[in-house]
Design a protein around this ligand. Structure first.
Ligand code: 5RP
Length: 225
């Protein structure tokens, strides 16, 4: 099975977890997109749900599929949030933000009673950190935060688009991708990064996920928190 096939399989499986009347958070990224498209099919067939997206892109996708797209202002509590991840470690600790939506993703995830992660099996790791950890930073604070992260040995790198222009999040902030290599104590790393003034959010999602659906050659398996 290719990675794209695994993403589609797990996206479809996640869409089956959505029940009529639910308030659903929509994630961001290629796996979340598979989920949203599969959910859109169910909406076309008559499923009635209300949704909040974790990015402008997913909001527009939901709208284009005829889904009722609202904001946290309208729906401050959600029944279920479904999103991808860049890495899934022990205890369902996650690295997220490869797609740049970590801040809104964390906000929408925190509004949900249940957060189900959808990944292909290549994302499940024994120790987090091989994937660069995204840190969202207020523009003005960039030089300060960058040098502090450097001093911590986290090798931050300002995220850019392929054409060289600087990447901006939906909230108009910068992202520093930190080449941690290994994050043996995610709680400690999260606390250290969070303590830096100017950091808006980081991509460590700890004790947030309720379950993970993992697609591989054997089909879809479920990991519980
Ligand atoms: C976006 C994210 C994504 O969920 C994460 O990057 C995984 O993306 P994909 O499903 O495309 O591999 O956190 O900010």
């Amino acid at each position: 099975m290719t990675q794209d096939q695994a993403k589609e399989l797990v996206g479809r499986r996640a869409a089956q977890q959505v029940e009529d009347g639910m308030r659903v958070g929509l994630g961001t990224g290629s796996t979340a997109t598979m989920f949203i498209k599969a959910l859109g099919e169910r909406v076309r067939e008559g499923l009635r749900i209300r949704c909040v997206a974790s990015s402008d892109a997913s909001h527009r996708l939901g709208q284009s599929l005829g889904m009722e797209m609202l904001t946290l202002q309208d729906l401050p509590e959600l029944d279920l949030y479904i999103d991808g991840a860049d890495e899934v470690g022990p205890g369902l600790a996650l690295i997220k933000g490869g797609g740049g939506a970590l801040l809104r993703e964390k906000i929408v995830a925190s509004a949900a009673r249940r957060f189900v992660v959808v990944v292909d099996s290549s994302k499940v790791v024994p120790v987090l950190g091989r994937f660069p950890l995204p840190v969202e930073v207020i523009k003005m604070a960039l030089p300060l935060v960058e040098s502090k992260l450097n001093r911590l040995g986290l090798a931050p790198r300002l995220r850019r688009h392929p054409d060289g222009s600087v990447y901006l999040t939906d909230e108009n902030n910068y992202i520093l991708d930190c080449a941690c290599g290994s994050i043996p104590d995610p709680e400690h790393t999260a606390a250290v990064i969070r303590s830096l003034v100017g950091v808006v959010e980081h991509g460590l999602f700890l004790k947030m996920a309720s379950a993970a659906l993992v697609a591989g050659d054997q089909g879809v398996s479920e990991l519980q928190a």
